[in-house]
Design a protein around this ligand. Sequence first.
Ligand SMILES: [Zn+2]
Length: 440
Amino acid sequence: MWRSIPKCLINNIIFRNRVQRLPAGQNSLCRPKQEVSLQIYRPHTPTAFKISMPISVIEKVEAFDKQRCITVHWDDGNHSQYPYVWLRDNCQCPQCFLSSAKARKLPIEDLDVNISVEKVISTDSKISVVWPDQHISEFDSNWLKTRSFAQTTRKERQQKLFLTDRQNWGSELQIPTASFEEVLDNDEVAYQWLKTLRRIGVMLLKNAPAEKGQVAKLGERIGYLRLTFYGLTWQVEDKAGANNVAYTSGKLSLHTDYPALHRPPGIQLLHCIKPAEIGGETQIVDGFHVANQLRQLNPDAFRILTSIFVDFTDSGVDYCDFSLQSKHRIIDLDHNGKVVQINFNNATRDSIFDVPVELVHPFFSALKDYMNLMYKPENLITFKMEAGDVLTFDNWRILHGRQNYISTVGSSRHLEGAYASWDEAMSRLRCLEQALYGNK
Ligand SMILES: [Zn+2]
C-alpha cells in the first residue's frame, strides 16, 4: 500500500527478462529520506496537501516479453502489472501527450499493439521504458500505482471517481438540510451538498428568497442547468389547459421526471415559492432501496421490471413543440446487477407497449408490487415544503409525488423547478474537492 516515508533502494536496470543491478556507487538517484507531515491527512489544509504526497516506492521491475507486460514490485510487498501496449499508449512525453490539455496526442493509428520493449530502467520513484525505436517513456511511481490494474485498486479508484456508494434509507431518514445561501457562497457547503445528493439522494436547502430565479443560481453553482422542452426553469402551478399533469392541483403519484427522454435529467431542483394553504404535501421514496426489497421479496417481479422495455411518450408545446418517444426498463441495473436508475412516470407511460401480449399482465402485476412497496409507511416520507425551501434530489433514484391541494384564485401554490445533469454536478464536486483538499 502507500508508504509515507520512502527508503532508498538500489536502482534496477532490466534488459528484457534479465535484471541488472547497478553497483552501489552508481546509485546516484537515491533520494534523501522524506518526512511526510501528518497534516496531509487532515481535511481543510489544502496547502499541506499540495506540498507533500505519499510516495509509492518501487523495489524492482521485471519485464515479461511472453505476456507483453511489466511487473512493478513495490516495497510494501505488493506488485502491479502493466501491459506494454498500455504503457506505450500512455507515454507522458510532449510528443505523445499534451500536458496543457491533459490529453493524449498519440493517435491509435500509430500504436503498435504488439510492441516489445528494448530496456526498462527503474529508480525507487520512476520507471523509464526504452522502446525498440529508441523512444523513451517515463512513468512516475505514484502515477503508476494509482493506475494499477489490481481489482482492489480499480474498485477504490472507481468509487472515488464516481462516488458509487449509496446509503439506502426509508421513512426514518431525517432529510439532510443546508442553507441555500451557504451552498452558493461557501465551497465546503457546496461540496457537502453535492456529496449528500450523491450518497443519500436528497437534500433540502433552506431559506432561499421566495421569488423566482433561485434554481438558476444553483445551476450556475454547478455550471449550467439542463434545458428541456419545458424550458430552462419551469413553473409548477395550477394552469388552465395544462400541458403536463404537474401543472394541475391534482395528486401526483410517485414518479421520476422525464422518462420520455432516453437520458432523463439526473438531478431535480424544486423551489417552493408559495406553498398551498391546504394540501400539496411532497412525498419522496428511495427507489433503489425499494427495488432491492422487491428483488428479495418478489424476484420474478424484479426480473420483469429489469428486463422489459416500456414505451414512454410526451408531446405538446412549451419551449417549442415536441413529440418525444423513448424506451426504458423501469429498473436499470449495471453489469454487476446493481440498481443504478429508476425510470417511471405513469402519466407518460405510452399506451403503445412493445411486448408480446402474454407479458402484459405479468408486467402490470410486477409494477403494482413495486409501487405498493414504495407506499409502505416504512419507505415513504411525506412532508410539506415551506416558502424558501429548495428540494434537490437524484432524479435517477428518488421517486417523488405530491398530495392534491386546494387551488385558490390569486394565491395559489407555486414552485419553480429546473434540471441539472449528473456529469456536470460530479464535475463540480471533483473541482471543489481538488480546490478544498487537493489530491487526496
Ligand atoms: Zn512519447
